[in-house]
Ligand binder design. Structure first.
Ligand code: SAM
Ligand code: CA
Length: 281
């Protein structure tokens, strides 16, 4: 994974810091692709669901359109047709050398997050899990002036990187950081702003607390607002019955819970490591 990452060109060789903010280009080189299990492939395994999801249906059909296997070539094609601004590209490159680099959202996910902010015209956003800042910048760039994104993370070190790139992207005025345990921060935000006060929330922190974050954000976000959740396909592990660990089980439980949660309109999108979109009813 690392070896492929280092093949990315140096940011300085691409565009200068001063110009890359405004320059939007297709993603030119793919980040590392580790396809341990294609997202959607024909298989004879049954779709495991004891819930409101599509159940008791053989995964081989009946489908009117064959599911698409995400191959390396197809993913590279997707990236070549994805927009990413120079600051995000530089951040991706710097992050690739850091511990936990694979935690960063993929470029096509960043583009989708920005699109969701635009579609909802979100003026107040909360992000649970900021790391080095990629997703926060993708969303903040899509927000109008005067909007505010509350970036929550407990890691001061990665927040330092985020701060530098917020500045470079010119979004530092739209972002307020909240350092600490995000489970507490969500309660603080509820105290501070009250229920139904946010337009959009993005969950991307510790997987075992997803349910807790989700319940908190359901209070915080207004009716018609969005809660977006990352890693719901968890590198394909959720669909592998041989994987039994606490994080995978937590995501499985969370997914089943949301699939049955009538308080939201919901869809799971197989982009990146899987994003769930939940619109509060
Ligand atoms: N969205 C980020 C991006 O696009 O680069 C990636 C976030 S990364 C998957 C998860 C982050 O959640 C880490 O930076 C970690 O420090 C943070 N985190 C995990 N548990 C947390 C908690 N209980 N409270 C606050 N932050 C937490
Ligand atoms: Ca993630």
């Amino acid at each position: 994974m690392r070896a492929m990452t280092t093949a990315l060109p140096r940011a300085s060789a691409v565009t200068s810091a001063a110009t890359r903010k405004a320059v939007w280009t297709p993603v030119r080189l793919p980040p590392p692709v580790v396809v341990t299990q294609p997202l959607l492939v024909k298989s004879t395994t049954r779709v495991a669901s004891s819930s409101g999801g599509i159940s008791s249906t053989d995964a081989t059909g009946p489908w009117n359109t064959a599911p698409l296997a995400m191959t390396d070539d197809l993913y590279a094609y997707l990236l070549r047709n994805t927009r990413e601004c120079g600051v995000l590209r530089a951040l991706r490159e710097e992050t690739s050398a850091l511990r936990g680099a694979r935690m960063q959202v993929a470029p096509e996910q960043g583009a989708l997050l920005g699109m969701m902010v635009e579609l909802t015209d979100a003026k107040r956003v909360v992000e649970i899990g900021t790391y080095t800042g990629y997703s926060s910048i993708a969303m903040a760039l899509a927000m109008r002036e005067g909007g505010k994104l509350y970036a929550c993370d407990r890691n001061e070190e990665s927040m330092e990187v985020a701060r530098r790139y917020w500045k470079e992207a010119g979004v530092e005025g739209k972002i307020e950081e909240r350092i600490g345990d995000a489970r507490v921060t969500v309660l603080d935000l509820l105290q501070e702003f009250g229920e139904d006060s946010f337009d959009l929330g993005f969950i991307d922190a510790d997987k075992r607390a997803y349910k807790e974050y989700y319940e908190g954000l359901l209070k915080l976000v207004r009716r018609g607002g969005l809660i977006i959740v990352d890693n719901v396909l968890w590198y394909g592990k959720v669909a592998d019955p041989e994987v039994q660990d606490k994080q995978t089980d937590a995501i499985r439980e969370f997914n089943e819970f949301v699939t049955n949660d009538e308080r939201v309109t919901y869809t799971m999108v197989p982009v990146g490591d899987g994003l769930s979109l939940c619109r509060k009813r």
